[in-house]
Design a protein around this ligand. Structure first.
Ligand code: 13P
Ligand code: 13P
Ligand code: MG
Ligand code: MG
Ligand code: MG
Ligand code: MG
Length: 391
């Protein structure tokens, strides 16, 4: 049976700063999901939060980008926004960037990751299991390095040497700065690995949109690779991406997919979306309340019945104590980077500072610079000239 998993997430308000949504907001989204299951809009649904972002995981039969599913998520987020407003929460409705989306939510603010496939039909896919990654305080490029390593480097995923994966994976990479539409290039690992790396090294511009098995044509991964500032034309918060990844069998195993997150690699984000800080793996439903405003990522796993229903429980991968060691390293890396404050590599470059106000501060100062002229009209004598501030 054709089945689609859709993960749609948005930040529509949080308590005491950009920390977490309120229980009332989550309850309202959960009851909307229950009601949607009861009227057969979707087969199953799950609601959770990572930092201040609420994610809805849905299984259904409508295909990708369907207006009913996207419209449902929009309305559920609008409902939670109403509660956030009623209780005076911070950033109420932050990620709902348009008045009324035209069916598909891509380009309207919420992050969307979707995969459609034949559920339990193919011989090569006797069981369906998948993972949902949700990151807060960072951009979609945060997944570039870990997903490249998991799907293209046998040092991280030895499973790539197995017959079902040895043909490699196709990377669909999106130019997130192109606002004319989804601007995509497809490149095949392993032979195009260096070209893929040449793009993915730029986390702020290029992101992974999808990863596809070359042997079976099955989509392995989808990432919500869109940038809020490209959509809104101004700062509206960090993009805080979700990723949906099918695992096991013809795809990497969870432990292979997650091993690159041991790095706690540096990504753009953190406070005011403007620093460079490590990505810390955290249990589901973690609030952003630590020192700094560390980028965090959660990961849960589900299995699926033939009907498309999720099995009764989910796995919370980063809740395992093994990840405590990584969290300690991430915090240590954060302390080291933040000891450098605003200088150089510790903050994002000018063009990537998410708060436009930083650019206004510098822009206003740049207007006050003057070319110095000496007495003969040439260069100024060292120490003799004054830079006249045009106030
Ligand atoms: P189990 O033997 O515990 O099922 O694990 C199999 C496996 O392949 C883990 O990667
Ligand atoms: P969010 O994008 O998670 O709302 O965070 C924005 C921010 O500025 C944190 O300092
Ligand atoms: Mg927020
Ligand atoms: Mg957020
Ligand atoms: Mg955000
Ligand atoms: Mg087993």
């Amino acid at each position: 049976m054709r089945t689609t998993i859709s993960v749609i997430k948005a930040d529509v308000g949080s308590i005491g700063g950009h920390t977490m949504p309120s229980a009332r907001m989550l309850d309202s989204v959960r009851s909307a999901v229950s009601e949607a299951i009861a009227r057969d809009l979707m087969v199953d649904g799950f609601v959770c939060h990572t930092g201040d972002d609420i994610a809805i995981v849905m299984s259904h039969r409508h295909g990708k980008g369907h207006p009913d599913i996207h419209g449902f998520a929009w309305d559920a987020f609008l409902g939670a926004t109403g509660i956030a407003k009623m209780y005076g929460l911070y950033g109420a409705g932050q990620d709902l960037l348009v008045d009324a989306p035209s069916g598909n939510l891509r380009g309207a603010g919420p992050g969307v990751a979707e995969i459609e496939f034949d559920l339990l039909q193919a011989k090569h896919r006797p069981a369906e299991s998948f993972m949902v990654l949700a990151a807060d305080k960072c951009g979609p490029g945060a997944y570039n390095l870990p997903l490249f390593l998991a799907f293209a480097d046998p040092m991280y995923c030895a499973g790539l040497m197995l017959p079902q994966m040895i043909e490699g994976f196709r990377f669909r990479i999106i130019d997130m700065d192109n606002t004319a539409g989804d601007s995509i290039i497809e490149l095949d690992a392993p032979e195009d690995a260096y070209h893929i790396a040449a793009l993915l090294r730029d986390n702020e511009r290029f992101g992974i949109d999808a990863i596809i098995s070359r042997s079976y044509g099955e989509q392995a991964a989808a990432v919500s690779a869109q940038r809020l500032h490209s959509i809104a034309g101004k700062y509206t918060g960090k993009d805080d991406p979700v990723a949906l990844i099918r695992n096991q069998g013809i795809f990497p195993a969870p432990e292979e997919l997650l091993s690159p997150f041991v790095k706690a690699h540096y990504v753009g984000g953190d406070a005011r979306g403007s620093h460079v800080m490590p990505l810390m793996p955290v249990p589901l439903n973690t609030a952003v309340t630590g020192a700094y405003c560390l980028p965090i990522v959660s990961c849960i796993g589900f299995s699926m019945e033939g009907s498309g229903r999720f099995t009764d429980a989910h796995t919370d991968f980063f809740a395992n104590p093994a990840w405590d060691e990584v969290r300690r390293r991430a915090q240590q890396k954060a302390i080291e980077m933040r000891s450098q404050g605003w200088s150089g590599a510790a903050m994002l470059p000018y063009s990537e500072l998410e708060y436009g106000g930083f650019r206004d501060t510098v822009g206003n100062l740049v207007k006050r610079f003057q070319i110095e002229t000496g007495p003969d009209g040439g260069g100024a004598e060292p120490g003799s000239a004054v830079v006249h501030a045009a106030r």
